[in-house]
Design a protein around this ligand. Structure first.
Ligand code: IPE
Ligand code: IPE
Ligand code: MG
Length: 250
């Protein structure tokens, strides 16, 4: 992976002092990437896992605080069983390797989604990954597996209802957000979707209220530091108003 030094980043107008705190990524396009090469879809998923490793490292290098990635949705179970199994096997292998290299990479990992549907082996690996990396600071990667934005909101509502029965505490936006997987994190500033699709596909429905969106035709396995820089430069040209007006127009 080519890392852009400060000078090159400036040449491309990326301002390293104004980076988003939280980037979310929909890792889409693995299947099409493989098809284009006459390979099985699973080869695309394996290539996509490597891309994730490189992009997460790049985010750490440039100083991104939070990276949330969509790896497997609540709807992805509809895919053929052999594809689902291949994705789970790749995740297992990824976590095994991540655990081995964790002390060196020091990337903090968390998981968003209902992991109770995953194999016992995967759940053990997830628990171990979270435990080891809880000591690290620097970039935090949230990996969304069996994640759905609607599912997240429904389970938050259920949990709140339980608390309400016990305490009668009134619901506020702030309180509700504490029941989400993203409790305590800032909302994503930038959501990137490669592969040319322009939809949210049930990702971070609550948290994306004021996120900036960036779409690119690049397929996820081809995504790299340069593609991320392009997204970041585009982000830095956005005018985020959050429903207000520009400072100078007041
Ligand atoms: C994203 O790539 C990976 C998952 C959804 C698990 P896809 O598998 O959706 O790739 P395309 O969209 O079919 O190209
Ligand atoms: C979204 O991609 C989910 C992940 C990347 C994990 P999909 O490929 O599942 O989304 P749709 O079906 O194109 O909306
Ligand atoms: Mg897809």
């Amino acid at each position: 992976m080519k890392l852009f030094g400060k000078k090159e980043a400036q040449a491309g107008q990326l301002d390293l002092t104004r980076l988003p705190r939280h980037i979310a990524l929909i890792m889409d396009g693995n299947g099409r990437w493989a098809k284009k090469r006459g390979l099985p879809r699973t080869a695309g998923h394996a290539a996509g896992a490597e891309t994730f490793r490189r992009v997460a490292t790049y985010c750490k290098t440039i100083g991104i605080e939070y990276l949330t990635v969509y790896a497997f949705s609540t709807e992805n179970w509809q895919r053929p069983a052999d594809e689902v199994k291949a994705i789970m096997d790749i995740l297992e292998k990824y976590l095994q390797e991540a655990i081995e290299t964790m002390e060196r990479d020091r990337v903090k990992m968390k998981f968003f989604g209902d992991i109770s549907f995953l194999s016992q082996k995967l759940r053990t690996l997830i628990a171990e990954t979270e435990k080891i990396s809880s000591r690290f600071d620097g970039v935090q990667v949230n990996m969304c597996v069996n994640y759905g934005g609607r599912d997240e909101i429904v389970r938050a509502a259920r949990e709140y209802a339980e608390e309400y029965k016990a305490t009668g505490v009134p619901l506020t936006e702030d309180l509700f957000s504490r029941y989400l997987f993203s409790a305590g994190l800032p909302d994503p500033d930038l959501i990137i979707r490669p592969s040319g699709e322009m939809r949210i596909s049930n990702f971070l429905l609550w948290q994306s209220a004021y996120s900036e969106f960036y779409f690119t035709d690049v397929l996820w396995p081809d995504f790299n530091a340069r593609a991320l820089d392009r997204a970041l430069i585009a982000y830095q040209h956005r005018d985020r108003r959050f429903g207000g007006i520009k400072e100078r127009e007041k």
